[in-house]
Design a protein around this ligand. Structure first.
Ligand code: KG4
Ligand code: ZN
Length: 337
């Protein structure tokens, strides 16, 4: 059984192949040119996906020692994401499936992340808690099986990754902000500035917009506009901000660990690449004697391996989509309870 996965929801074009349960290719092309605009420009993103998706498919097949006709199932990200970008991968995937007369599976991007731990040798055990921390989402989920996902909490405003990107912008560090904040934070004191972490009534929900404003107020209060902030202070702000985000994620995850009888904890999504967050959640899991699964870096950010894997599980469960599948109006092929 050979499964082709295609991802194009934002600024990564990716094509992967899973052949007889083994990942044989996971090619990722990152659109670095958005850096000069300070964020992703949707139209430019769509065009870049269009230019690269066919060469990536050719390389992925070659790497897997397969011909296109050997593909049995085609899976593609159907949302959420930038609509123009999504449509490139989705329409291409449907075209390939139609030409081969093979099944097409629409995959929810978040579900791709949720199960990305299964790409590792050590896999999550059901039921498990998934903490999805990406540029667009911050979710705490109880994952009971491949078809039952219960949402426990979500962000009520900004996603954690978005907060990383916005704070990086305030500090003049550029886009994408996550890796830059991590680098600066590693040189600073996380306890230098106490930034507030919202604790909501709905105890598994998150809020990061107040934290973002607190960083802005701190900068406005302490530094003269248009004058560079001293390097040492940039390190301390980055470290203190990162510390506050980690505290919020850790706190809600700990509450869920105490209240749900789970076997494992899985930290996934682009922000799961953050070293300090990985360390904090590993410690938390150890404290409660839970197995911790955090994907390696290539599976934290957007990638097609997770889409191919999720597609294979949906296909096994008998779930496929028609060639007329459309992500409009706002559908994103999710299976949340
Ligand atoms: O999952 P992802 O690649 O795309 C979405 O589905 O949103 O996540 C991208 C997010 C960006 O906000 C980026 O700044 C953040 O992940 N990120 C990080 C790190 N690497 C990427 N945040 C914190 N620390 C990192 N090392
Ligand atoms: Zn993502």
């Amino acid at each position: 059984m050979n499964i082709l996965g295609i991802e194009s929801s934002c600024d990564e074009t990716s094509v992967a192949v899973i052949s007889n349960d083994k990942l044989t290719a996971n090619l990722i092309s990152s659109q670095d040119f958005h850096t000069k605009y300070g964020g992703v420009v949707p139209e430019l993103s769509s065009r870049a996906h269009l230019q690269i998706v066919i060469p990536l498919l050719k390389d992925a097949l070659e790497k897997s020692k397969l011909k296109l006709r050997d593909i049995d199932v085609i899976a593609a990200t159907a949302g959420p994401g930038l609509i123009g970008a999504l449509l490139v991968g989705l329409t291409f995937a449907k075209g390939v499936a139609y030409s081969l007369q093979k099944p097409f599976v629409a995959v929810n991007h978040i579900e791709g992340h949720i199960f990305s731990g299964f790409l590792m040798d050590e896999k999550p055990e059901f039921p498990y808690l998934a903490l999805v921390v990406s540029g667009g989402h911050t979710l705490l989920l109880l994952v009971e099986s491949f078809t039952k996902i219960v949402k426990l909490g979500t962000t009520v405003d900004d996603a954690a990754g978005e907060a990383f990107d916005k704070v990086a912008k305030m500090l003049g560090l550029g886009y994408p902000g996550g890796p830059k904040i991590q680098k600066y934070a590693s040189l600073g004191n996380p306890e230098k500035i106490i930034f507030p972490v919202a604790d909501l009534k709905d105890k598994y929900n998150f809020s990061f917009s107040g934290l973002k404003t607190a960083v802005l107020r701190h900068i406005q209060k302490n530094y003269v506009a248009n004058n560079p902030i001293p390097e040492e202070e940039l390190y301390n702000i980055a470290a203190s901000f990162q510390h506050a985000v980690i505290k919020a994620l850790e706190r809600n995850a700990e509450r869920a660990i105490k209240n749900y009888d789970v076997k494992s904890l899985s930290l996934v999504g682009g922000v799961a690449a953050n070293k300090a967050l990985r360390d904090a959640l590993t410690k938390l899991a150890e404290k409660y004697d839970k197995k911790i699964i955090i994907p390696s870096l290539e599976y934290c950010g957007d990638n097609a391996a997770m889409i191919a894997f999720r597609g294979s599980k949906l296909y096994e469960a008998g779930i496929t989509s028609g060639f007329d599948y459309s992500p409009f109006p706002g559908l994103s092929a999710d299976h949340f309870a």
